[in-house]
Write a protein that binds this ligand. Structure first.
Ligand SMILES: Nc1ncnc2c1ncn2[C@@H]1O[C@H](COP(=O)(O)OP(=O)(O)OP(=O)(O)O)[C@@H](O)[C@H]1O
Ligand SMILES: [Mg+2]
Length: 298
């Protein structure tokens, strides 16, 4: 019924176009049956500018966002490839968190385009849809369930946005158990699976939270300041973890700690006043006079 209505609309629209021209009704059928033309309502949402041939996954273009007249994000262009680990740096207030808010649907930009692959227009989706489509976000403060064990936290995360406590009553399939075990191995908490999460160290809680995101099998992970408050040893372990996730996930890491960024970065993007100031290897960024002026020279 719906399809018929849509088809009828397309038909009417096409007819109007034809009747507007001088060809008259005789050209209408010819036009309708043209094979080189697809009705716009039948086309899937599709953005050919997202260069999937070159493995582009996240496409952010021409994005701006003002808060009370202040441009927190100003004509931002950013492209992340599949499997890439990208570090985002920039002084306080540069717009790093706001950029993540826009990608995850928490904040809507005033203008611009944000796509995940060629088919998902993230600006047309809400936060839950974006998360379900494979964008996982880790906030700075860990939000694990302190009274539950490490294993139970991961189990709960598996239910995700469909979120249900019935998970606990359901018997896990072999595959689900295997998923949890794999994640435990990755985040280095295998021996602590029965421990109450509240007893973990700050660093371990951060890894558990990354593990909880992984249970959703995201394609893109956004991680805001993961090593704040960590010991050096925990930072090294976090670097290893994020590096091991790259390749099978795209990972975007916002971090102020330059030693940490140096230890994981292949490509670094410097944000300044809501715009990309520079992008390149850590070495190129360190040698960039503009970057030194606004950021490293601080
Ligand atoms: N909801 C909001 N309302 C008003 N202003 C906001 C809002 N969110 C962010 N801003 C402003 O936008 C600018 C960018 O903030 P944002 O938090 O994105 O910066 P940041 O790069 O993450 O900084 P930091 O390194 O301190 O975390 C700041 O000037 C901030 O005050
Ligand atoms: Mg921030």
């Amino acid at each position: 019924m719906m399809a018929r209505t849509l088809l009828q609309q397309g038909f009417d629209h096409q007819r109007e176009n034809v009747l507007d021209s001088d060809e008259g009704g005789s050209g209408f059928l010819k036009d309708f049956t043209r094979r080189d033309q697809v009705f716009s309502f039948l086309k899937p949402p599709y953005n050919p500018k997202v260069d999937i041939k070159n493995d582009m996954l996240l496409y952010v273009e021409g994005v701006s966002k003002s808060f009370d007249g202040f441009k927190a994000i100003n004509d931002l262009n950013l492209y992340i490839k599949k499997g890439e680990l990208r570090c985002i740096i920039g002084p306080n207030g540069a717009g790093k968190t706001t950029m993540m808010d826009i990608i995850t649907g928490k904040t809507r930009p005033d203008v611009g385009e944000v796509w995940l692959g060629q088919r998902l227009d993230l600006l047309k989706m809400d936060e839950a849809d974006i998360a379900n489509a494979g964008v996982g976000r880790k906030f700075q403060k860990p939000t694990v369930f302190e009274a539950l064990t490490v294993w139970e936290n991961l189990e709960l995360a598996m239910a995700g946005n469909k979120g249900t406590w019935q998970m606990f009553r359901a018997v896990l399939s072999g595959e689900q158990k295997c998923d949890i075990e794999q994640v435990l191995e990755l985040i280095g908490l295998k021996t602590l699976s029965k421990m109450i999460a509240g007893k973990l160290s700050h660093g371990q809680k951060q890894w558990l939270e990354i593990g909880m995101l992984l249970m959703q099998k995201p394609t893109l992970l956004l991680v805001d300041e993961p090593v704040a408050g960590m010991t050096h040893q925990e930072m090294d372990r976090t670097a290893e973890l994020l590096l091991s996730l790259a390749g099978s996930h795209s990972v975007m890491v916002v971090e102020h700690d330059m030693d940490f960024v140096r230890s994981i970065a292949s490509t670094v993007t410097v944000l300044h006043q809501g715009h990309v100031l520079a992008e390149g290897t850590m070495q190129a960024i360190q040698d960039d006079a503009r970057v030194r002026e606004v950021y490293l020279g601080q």
